[in-house]
Design a protein around this ligand. Structure first.
Ligand SMILES: Nc1nc2c(ncn2[C@@H]2O[C@H](COP(=O)(O)OP(=O)(O)OP(=O)(O)O)[C@@H](O)[C@H]2O)c(=O)[nH]1
Ligand SMILES: [Mg+2]
Length: 280
C-alpha cells in the first residue's frame, strides 16, 4: 500500500473544529482494521508528535508503540503530562524522572490552564520556528482534545469524560505556524484488563462488564494513597465491598426494597474518578 500521505488525501473529512465523524454516513477511518496504519500515516504526515499521558498514571498511559512509530519516522516526540492539577506538578516531575523517557516532557493542566507557555515553547523549539503540523496522540480520555483547546485558548474541540469520544481526525490552527491534528484515542491492544482500563479512564463505566470490581479496586487504590473518606463514608481500614455498599446507601443508590445498588454506585464513583473530580 502506498505510504505517502498528504493533507489532501483525507481533507474531505477534515476541517477545523468540525467533527465530521458525527455526520450520518461517515465511515470511521479509525476502526480497528487499519487503525495503526492510520496512526502511522497521521504521524508520518506531521512534523512533531504530542503524546498526551495522564500524569496520574504516566507508565500505564504511555504508549511505546506510538513512540516507536515516531522514532522510525524521525519525528520528534514531546510527552505531555496532563491533568497535573490532580496530583501536583512536583509529583508529576518525580514520576517523570523515574521513567525511562529520554524525551522532552511538559507538565500541563487543562482545567487550571497551566503549562501552556512551556508547551508552546517546546513545539516552537521542536520545529525550529518553522510552520508545523503537530499530531496529538494518546490513549482514550487522556485529554488530547483538551490540550488542543488549551493551546487554542478556547474550546474548539469537543471533549468528554466518555473514553473514545473523538472519532475522526480534526484540525485546529493555534497560530500562524502551528496546526494541530486531534486524533481518536489509541485503543490499547495490550493485555490490560477492563478494571485497569477503567482506572486509567480508557474505558467508560457504562462499557464495563463488572463495574463493581473496578470500583472496589479504586477504593483500594485511594485507601493506599491515604484517603480517609469517599462521599462522606469513612473508608480507612474498611473492607472494599462494604465500603461500596455504604457509598451506595449514602448516595441514595438503592434497589427495590432499599438494598444498596452497588452496581449503580460503582458506575457513579468511576465516572467521578474519570472526570477527575477533585475530592477523589
Ligand atoms: N482534572 C483535569 N481533567 C482534565 C484535564 N484535561 C482533560 N480533563 C478531563 O478529561 C476528560 C477527557 O478529556 P478529552 O480532552 O475529551 O480527552 P481525549 O484524550 O480527547 O479523549 P478521547 O477523544 O475520548 O480519546 C474530560 O472529562 C476532561 O474534562 C486536566 O488537565 N485536568
Ligand atoms: Mg478527544
Amino acid at each position: 500500500m502506498k505510504k505517502n500521505f498528504s493533507h489532501g488525501q483525507f481533507s474531505e473529512n477534515i476541517s477545523e473544529g468540525k467533527d465530521f465523524s458525527r455526520r450520518p454516513g461517515f465511515k470511521n477511518r479509525f476502526d480497528k482494521k487499519g487503525f495503526w496504519g492510520r496512526v502511522r500515516r497521521t504521524i508520518a504526515g506531521s512534523n512533531v508528535v504530542l503524546e498526551i499521558i495522564d500524569a496520574r498514571f504516566p507508565e500505564q498511559t504511555r504508549n511505546k508503540r506510538i513512540e516507536n512509530i515516531a522514532r522510525r519516522n524521525k519525528k520528534k516526540v514531546i510527552v505531555v503530562f496532563n491533568k497535573v492539577d490532580l496530583i501536583g506538578t512536583e509529583n508529576a516531575r518525580k514520576a517523570a524522572q523515574e521513567m525511562d523517557l529520554k524525551k522532552e516532557t511538559v507538565f500541563v493542566s487543562c482545567t487550571e490552564k497551566t503549562g501552556t507557555a512551556k508547551l508552546r515553547k517546546a513545539i516552537f523549539e521542536a520545529s525550529r520556528g518553522k510552520s508545523v503540523k503537530v499530531s496529538v496522540v494518546g490513549y482514550p480520555n487522556t485529554g488530547k482534545s483538551s490540550v488542543i483547546n488549551l493551546l487554542k485558548g478556547r474550546k474548539t474541540m469537543r471533549t468528554s469524560s466518555t473514553a473514545g469520544f473523538t472519532k475522526g481526525e480534526q484540525y485546529a490552527r493555534v497560530s500562524e505556524k502551528i496546526l494541530l491534528i486531534d486524533t481518536p484515542g489509541v485503543i490499547p491492544l495490550t493485555e490490560m484488563d477492563e478494571t485497569s482500563l477503567a482506572l486509567i479512564g480508557a474505558r467508560s463505566p457504562g462499557q464495563l462488564q463488572e463495574p463493581e470490581l473496578a470500583a472496589e479496586k479504586l477504593v483500594k487504590l485511594l485507601q493506599g494513597r491515604g484517603k480517609e473518606e469517599i462521599c462522606g463514608v469513612k473508608i480507612k481500614g474498611l473492607d472494599t465491598e462494604k465500603a461500596m455498599e455504604e457509598i451506595a446507601l449514602r448516595k441514595g443508590k438503592l434497589k427495590k426494597g432499599g438494598l444498596p445498588d452497588v452496581k449503580a454506585a460503582s458506575k457513579m464513583l468511576l465516572l467521578d474518578w474519570q472526570k477527575g473530580k477533585k475530592n477523589l
